[in-house]
Design a protein around this ligand. Structure first.
Ligand code: DGY
Length: 319
């Protein structure tokens, strides 16, 4: 059996596949594979490990309908045309659960960094602008006792809520399409409407999937309903906030700050104004990028591939 891997995954997953005598071909160039190159690379392969944002859309799926399984190197699957995969009977799997802690840590890191203007002040030192000790300029804000609003209380949102409640005694409110009663029992989280989430939160952290419903959800009208002292954090998908509107909201002090691990597009242009604002912190989509998490993801990928090649039900299917 032959598997094409469109990027670098942790060795532990590759070893699991090689143990079963699977022949592996890997994309080894220092750039993202293009849509055409992906189609070409999948010719003669039995399975694909899709690493990165490549679209697994109708065009790709129809050109690669011989694939027995596609394993995503992500929990998010907004890049996949699930209906088309179902129609063509190509099983697609993802990596749920194992990256919740790491992604929530990235959200927590960004919240702290924004609250203390850490990235901006670090840049000041690098640029030779640390002059002297001044008690009043460029102050941060405290997080203790502030209200965390989680937009999308699933596994990752719950981890973020636990960290914030534990470290800063932050009361938690959340908005989902439907209530998460298990999470409500685990932490003392209160379900609120989207409007209430905007009005009551001191920090809003986004942990939902990118769908037609959530695309551009955080627009200027929405930022205007948030507190002027509030912080917006997005570690989910860049498409959930409107980047132009976010820049306006930060420039006009409609909200206090923003921390992003995801942007739209990715990679972010190095001249993007968000990179030089005192009230923004941006990371290059590193939510799941710890050694432990990437190892765990690679293991789930290998399990999905082996099951799919065997004609078995995937252990971690998205359909
Ligand atoms: C995920 O797993 O969805 C991460 O954001 C990586 O894409």
């Amino acid at each position: 059996m032959k598997v094409f891997i469109s990027g670098n995954i942790a060795q532990v997953g590759i070893a699991q596949l090689k143990e079963k005598n699977i022949e592996i071909t890997q994309w080894d160039k220092d750039r993202q594979i293009t849509a055409e190159e992906l189609i070409e690379a999948c010719k003669g392969q039995d399975a694909l490990v899709s690493v990165g944002p490549n679209k697994i859309d109708a065009k790709f799926l129809n050109a690669a309908k011989h694939l027995k399984v596609i394993a995503l190197h992500s929990v998010g699957f907004d890049q996949v045309d699930v209906d088309e995969a179902k129609k063509l009977n190509i099983p697609v799997g993802n990596t749920p659960g194992v990256l919740s802690g790491a992604t929530a840590s990235a959200a927590f890191l960004l919240m702290l960094a924004v609250s203390r203007k850490a990235f901006y002040l670090h840049k000041k030192i690098i640029n030779g602008n640390w002059q002297n000790y001044e008690p009043t300029p460029e102050l941060g804000i405290e997080l203790n006792g502030k209200t965390l609003g989680v937009f999308g209380l699933g596994k990752i949102g719950l981890e973020m809520a636990k960290k914030c409640a534990g470290a800063f005694q932050m009361p938690v409110i959340y908005h989902n399409r439907s209530r998460n009663e298990d999470a409500e029992k685990e932490i003392d989280a209160k379900y609120v409407s989207f409007e209430e989430l905007l009005e009551q939160s001191d920090v809003i952290s986004v942990h939902t999937a990118l769908t037609d419903e959530t695309k551009d959800k955080f627009s200027i009208d929405v930022f205007k309903k948030m507190k002027p002292t509030s912080i917006f954090i997005n570690t989910a998908r860049g498409g959930i906030h409107n980047e132009k509107d976010l820049i306006q909201a930060l420039e006009e002090k409609i909200i206090w700050g923003a921390g992003l691990d995801v942007t739209n597009p990715e990679p972010m242009d190095k001249n993007n104004p968000l990179l030089n604002m005192d009230n923004a912190a941006v990371l290059p989509h590193i939510g799941s990028a710890t050694e432990e998490t990437r190892d765990a993801m690679a293991k789930l990928i290998a399990e999905n591939i082996l099951a799919g090649l065997n004609g078995d039900k995937l252990p971690y299917p998205i359909w």
